[in-house]
Design a binder for this molecule. Structure first.
Ligand code: UDX
Ligand code: ADP
Length: 472
């Protein structure tokens, strides 16, 4: 069976679907690409004339949208119509951790995958290639295949059995560098059991990626590799964060330790930056998923091994909020704390699983008044993240603190007792400490959880500084 791919439909215009389709459109001008989503507001923003209103901020994305939108890249809510004409369909919907029912707290919630697969089964034409882009538990392709095959016969619109070819093509892009990662990936993974279907997808990627970088595996290896890559990366961060605490206790210098181990080529120097804990939509979710699968197969030791990576990450966040309380004389009641950075990392407006959420909630519970500044995260988003915690609502009226949203570093730092740097935004690297020292209350503290500040230990401005991984 030879596939001719002239029309692609991608279900899900999120952090993965949007940028991925933009880069494919940019490199394959001969293919018409329709990105569809149920969220009308999101699609409206993808179509906004004002490119600064795109729902996702990624370097390089605006220029591709400007070049391709309306030509071979289209965003719409017309799901059925676009599925009907597609030769290849990408599933890029969200797969968060289940919050209730069997596997709650660990397993991925596949209801959006199932819903989109049913939409495909109902509308797609014959011989369509269905590509799983979302990160999924191992063997989800089986479920997708079963739904597609069982529906294909029942469909009243089309009364013949259609063939579907399911591929797994996980996305390894990191937010903030999405376009760069898509344009020049370390590797592209295609899992599947139909050679021609795999080649059809390979042909698309070959337009801009060296064929040697395009790996072919079976479906299950592809699905598991994605989970494992994220678990390994998260494990590195938990490992280095565990050592920040040890450095603080012993007087070893975390940067020196990182440099020393990173020069060992077997270990490598990347992904060893100490911080307040990993966030983002993938790491926690994928490890929980891995734990769930291990438990399912009775591999208790394996699941508890990965569980520890998550526990260390939670511990890092609570140890930071506890030590802030400790340094500020054991109480935050009535004190003003300036939070610099709310995104889970720099160069993104995404706050999913951001360590800032847990740290801010703990400080609020201690009665602190927070003034929060982040160059990209909106007031609406912060309100959503902080008010989601019911324990805070329940405690309002007791001694719970309040928070405000600030438009600049200076308004956030004004009259503050402490500044906590939580995201490594460039503008927090070199701040006007002289000016800041004048507007803060004394004794003033800076807690640098990302090791980015240029504020020296014994600075001329009389500010006390605590840096992660530095102690005694
Ligand atoms: C991650 C994976 O990198 C990507 O391959 C996958 O497709 C999706 O998940 P992302 O969540 O965008 O990407 O962010 P990443 O850059 O990996 O950072 C994740 C978290 O780890 C952030 O909170 C970041 O601040 C933290 N981190 C990262 C560290 O604390 N130290 C590091 O050295 C690197
Ligand atoms: P990711 O980071 O994996 O891209 P996002 O949450 O950013 O996840 O994006 C997923 C998108 O998928 C959302 O915009 C959501 O509205 C969309 N979506 C989920 N289910 C469906 C569906 N059945 N049909 C169309 N779009 C869907």
């Amino acid at each position: 069976m030879e596939f001719n791919i002239n029309n692609i439909c991608c279900i899900g215009a999120g952090f993965v679907g949007g940028p991925t389709m933009a880069v494919i459109a940019d490199n394959c001008p001969g293919i018409q690409i329709n990105v569809v989503d149920i969220n009308t507001e999101r699609i409206k923003r993808w179509n906004d004339e004002d490119l600064s209103k795109l729902p996702i901020y990624e370097k390089g994305l605006e220029s591709i949208i400007k070049k391709c939108r309306g030509k071979n890249l289209h965003f719409s809510n017309k799901i059925e119509e676009n599925l009907k004409v597609a030769d290849m369909i990408f599933i890029s919907v969200n797969t968060p951790t289940k919050i209730k029912g069997l596997g709650a707290g660990k397993a991925s919630d596949l209801k959006w995958i199932e819903a989109s697969t049913r939409q495909i089964a109902k509308n797609a034409k014959d011989n369509v290639i269905v590509v799983e882009k979302s990160t999924l538990p191992v063997r989800t392709a089986d479920t997708v295949k079963k739904i597609l095959n069982s529906q294909s016969e029942k469909n009243s619109r089309i009364n013949y059995k259609r063939n579907f070819y399911v591929l797994s093509n996980p996305e390894f892009l990191a937010e903030g560098t999405a376009i760069e990662n898509l344009q020049n990936p370390d590797r592209v993974l295609i899992g599947g059991d139909n050679e021609e279907a795999i080649n059809a997808l390979r042909k698309i990627y070959k337009k801009w990626i060296d064929n040697k970088k395009i790996l072919q595996t079976n479906l299950w290896s592809s699905e598991l590799s994605k989970l494992t890559a994220n678990a390994f990366l998260a494990q590195r961060i938990s490992s280095i964060n565990s050592l920040t605490a040890l450095c603080e206790s012993t007087g070893a210098d975390i940067k020196e330790v990182v440099m020393a181990i990173g020069m060992d080529t077997r270990i490598g120097s990347r992904f060893l930056e100490p911080g307040p804990g990993f966030g983002g939509s993938c790491f926690k979710k994928d490890i929980l998923n891995l734990i769930y699968i291990c438990d399912y197969y009775g591999l208790k030791e394996v699941s508890s091994y990965w569980q520890k990576v998550l526990e260390l990450n939670s511990w890092q966040k609570s140890r930071i909020s506890n030590l802030i309380v400790d340094k500020l004389f054991g109480t935050l009641s009535g004190k003003k704390i300036c939070i610099l950075g709310f995104a889970f990392k720099a160069n993104t407006n995404d706050t999913r699983e951001s360590p800032a959420i847990d740290i801010c909630n703990s400080l609020l519970e201690e009665g602190a008044n927070l003034s929060i500044y982040d160059p990209r995260v909106s007031l609406k988003q912060i309100a959503k993240d902080l008010n989601e915690d019911n324990t805070i609502d329940a405690k309002i009226g007791l001694d719970t603190g309040k928070w405000t949203y600030e438009e600049s570093i200076f308004s956030a730092a004004n009259e503050a007792d402490a500044i906590v740097i939580l995201t490594e935004w460039n503008e927090f690297k070199n701040m006007d400490w002289k000016k800041i020292s004048i507007i803060m209350r004394r004794p003033s503290w800076v807690f640098d959880t990302r090791l980015i500040s240029d504020l020296e230990d014994n600075n001329l401005f009389g500010i006390n500084i605590w840096k992660i991984g530095y102690g005694i």
